[in-house]
Design a protein around this ligand. Structure first.
Ligand code: ZN
Length: 148
């Protein structure tokens, strides 16, 4: 049975559990909070590094800022995509004003920018506001899955 490494967005503990249990609403072994909520995680640099480097799931990150109109337009679509893509993919939001170090690390030039990480590495990126179906379809195709 394949073991998943799921990072807790609350306490950053890495939880190891069988992949078959991911659909059962697993809770964090350290803090007791639900591990997968079907909603994007607001990530600071420390949580981002943990999710991307220590989690076994691919991570789709929305780089955004509060002053950015297209980011606000895309936010509900991104949230809806999280409900659909979890537990296969983890969705996170990085506020580029709160975490300018991450924006610099990944050379974010325009927002919103989506970057898909797998195995700790960037596998794809795309800029501009997208709708829910496009976010889901693009993510699945970049991960080598057929659209459903
Ligand atoms: Zn926890």
């Amino acid at each position: 049975m394949t073991e998943a490494h799921i990072v807790c967005a609350n306490c950053r503990a890495v939880n190891r559990l069988p992949e078959a249990r991911l659909a059962d609403g697993p809770k964090c072994g350290r803090c007791g909070k639900p591990l997968l909520t079907g909603a994007p995680v607001a990530a600071d640099t420390a949580l981002f590094d943990r999710l991307v480097m220590s989690g076994s799931q691919p991570v789709l990150v929305d780089f955004w800022a509060s002053w950015c109109g297209p980011c606000k337009i895309m936010a509900p679509a991104f949230a809806a995509a999280a409900a659909e893509l979890e537990p296969l993919v983890r969705l996170a939001k990085v506020d580029t004003e709160q975490a300018p170090d991450l924006a610099a690390r990944y050379a974010i030039r325009s927002i919103p920018t989506l970057i898909l990480f797998a195995g700790g590495k960037e596998v794809a990126r795309r800029s501009g506001a997208l709708d829910r179906a496009t976010i889901i379809g693009w993510t699945r195709s970049m991960l080598g899955q057929r659209p459903q």
